[in-house]
Design a protein around this ligand. Structure first.
Ligand code: F6R
Ligand code: MG
Ligand code: MG
Length: 373
C-alpha cells in the first residue's frame, strides 16, 4: 500500500511583480488537477510568486504521467498568467514541450514514495526568494542536532541517527553521510549551501524521512535564470522528528541567499499563508509550513503552522535582521559574493573601464590628472 507524495512548483507569473500568485491562476490549477484521475488527492497552494501542486498518487517517484500532469497544469496556468499579463508569465517553463520528466525543465520537484504508516503526519515546507541550500540548516537541526531535536537523545527509535544524502550541484555528484558518526564531515559540505545541498534524509532502517527540490535553476539551460525557490517534504513522529522538532529550526531565522534580484543575503522569515507575499525589498525571503495527515493517500489538512503566535518572535527577529542588513546596501555580505549573484553589471562595467585599469605598480601623476578636470 505505497503512496507517493509529489510536490511540483514553479513561478509562472507574479502578481504583482514577483510578490504573489493571482487567484485565477490557482483556480486554473485546481480545475486541471481535479479533472485528472491519476491522483488520489491534491492541494494547490502558493508561497510568494510560486505556485505549488501538492499531489498524492500510486505511480511512484519520477512518474512520467504525474510529471506530465503537473507540466500541463502549469502550461494551462501560464495561459491565464499571459491573459492577465502577470509579471514573467511562463518564466519557469524553460522547455517548449514536455519530455518525460519535469526535472531540468524549470519547475522544482520534491517527491517520496513510502508505505503509509498507521498515522502519517507530513509537513510540506515551501520557500520563496531563496535557493535549495536554504534547507541545509533546518534539516541538519531537525535530524542531527540534539539541542533542536531532543528525540535524538531520548527516543530509542531515533538514537541511532540518520543518513544524509548530499548533492554537489556544481560537479553533479552525491554522497551519503551517516550521523552522528560523520557529523563533522557532513558540516564541512552543507555549511556551503550555495553548492552542497541536502537532497534527502533516511532513517537508519532505510526509510525516507525528508526530501527537497535541489535542481538549481540558475545553472540550468546554460544560463542564470534565477534562484530556485525550493520546497521540502518532512515525515514526522514515531521514530522521526516530532512535528514541533521539525518546526523548531525556523524559530531562529537563518541567513539565506536570494531576496532582491536573487543577489542578497537575508533572514528566512517563517510566515502563514496569509503573510507569504514578499514585500520589503522583494522579501525578506520566507517559508511556509503546511502540515497534513495522510489517510489512504488523502491529504487531511492543511495546518498552517507558522500562523501560530509562537513564531511572532521569529518574525520580529527576521525584521530586525532585515533592517540591519539593508543598511549595508550594495555591500557584501548583504549583497552576495560576485559568483553567486543572479544579476550583475560587472562584465559591462569592467569592459567600459578596461583601458582605465593600469598596472598596480605604475605611477599615477595625480596633479596631471587633476589639471585635465
Ligand atoms: C528575486 C526576485 C525579484 C526580482 C526583482 C527584479 O528572486 O524575484 O527580487 O529579481 O523584482 O525583477 P526584474 O528583473 O524581473 O524586473
Ligand atoms: Mg519570480
Ligand atoms: Mg519565487
Amino acid at each position: 500500500n505505497k503512496v507517493t507524495l509529489t510536490v511540483i512548483k514553479a513561478d509562472i507569473g507574479g502578481f504583482v511583480g514577483h510578490s504573489s500568485v493571482h487567484p485565477k491562476v490557482m483556480e486554473k490549477a485546481q480545475e486541471v488537477l481535479a479533472e485528472s484521475d491519476l491522483l488520489v488527492d491534491f492541494h494547490v497552494t502558493h508561497v510568494g510568486d510560486d505556485i505549488n501542486l501538492i499531489m498524492t498518487h500510486r505511480h511512484g517517484t519520477d512518474s512520467e504521467e504525474i510529471h506530465k500532469l503537473a507540466w500541463d497544469t502549469l502550461v494551462a496556468c501560464t495561459e491565464i498568467a499571459k491573459e492577465l499579463k502577470l509579471y514573467g508569465a511562463g518564466q519557469d517553463l524553460l522547455a517548449d514541450a514536455f519530455s518525460g520528466n519535469v526535472k531540468g525543465m524549470g519547475p522544482g520537484v520534491a517527491e517520496m514514495e513510502f508505505e503509509e504508516r498507521k498515522s502519517e503526519p507530513v509537513i510540506v515546507f515551501m520557500a520563496d526568494k531563496t535557493e535549495p541550500g536554504a534547507w541545509n540548516y533546518p534539516l541538519y537541526k531537525m535530524f542531527a542536532d540534539p539541542f533542536n531535536t531532543i528525540g535524538l537523545v531520548i527516543d530509542p527509535k531515533m538514537h541511532d541517527g540518520f543518513f544524509f544524502e548530499v548533492h554537489d550541484l556544481i560537479e553533479n555528484k552525491k554522497v551519503l553521510f551517516s550521523t552522528p558518526e560523520e557529523l563533522y564531515d557532513l558540516l564541512v559540505f552543507i555549511g556551503a549551501p550555495g553548492r552542497y545541498c541536502i537532497k534527502s534524509v533516511y532513517s537508519k532502517q532505510g526509510e525516507i524521512a525528508a526530501t527537497s527540490s535541489t535542481q538549481r535553476l540558475n545553472l540550468m539551460a546554460g544560463r542564470y535564470v534565477g534562484k530556485d525557490d525550493p520546497v521540502c517534504i518532512v515525515r514526522c513522529q514515531s521514530g522521526l522528528p516530532a512535528v514541533g522538532e521539525a518546526l523548531e529550526p525556523f524559530a531562529n531565522p537563518h541567513l539565506v541567499s536570494g531576496w532582491m534580484r536573487g543577489s542578497h543575503s537575508g533572514p528566512l522569515m517563517p510566515v502563514s499563508l496569509q503573510e507569504c507575499n514578499p514585500t520589503r525589498f522583494d522579501g525578506p525571503p520566507r517559508v511556509v509550513a503546511l502540515g497534513f495527515q495522510l489517510a489512504e493517500g488523502k491529504l487531511i489538512g492543511p495546518q498552517d503552522f507558522f500562523a501560530d503566535p509562537s513564531y511572532d518572535e521569529a518574525r520580529k527577529m527576521a525584521n530586525k535582521i532585515a533592517n540591519y542588513l539593508r543598511q549595508l546596501g550594495p555591500f557584501e555580505p548583504h549583497r552576495l559574493h560576485l559568483d553567486e549573484m543572479e544579476y550583475t553589471t560587472l562584465p559591462q562595467v569592467s569592459k567600459k573601464l578596461k583601458d582605465r585599469f593600469i598596472d598596480a605598480d605604475a605611477p599615477i601623476n595625480i596633479k596631471e590628472v587633476a589639471a585635465t578636470k
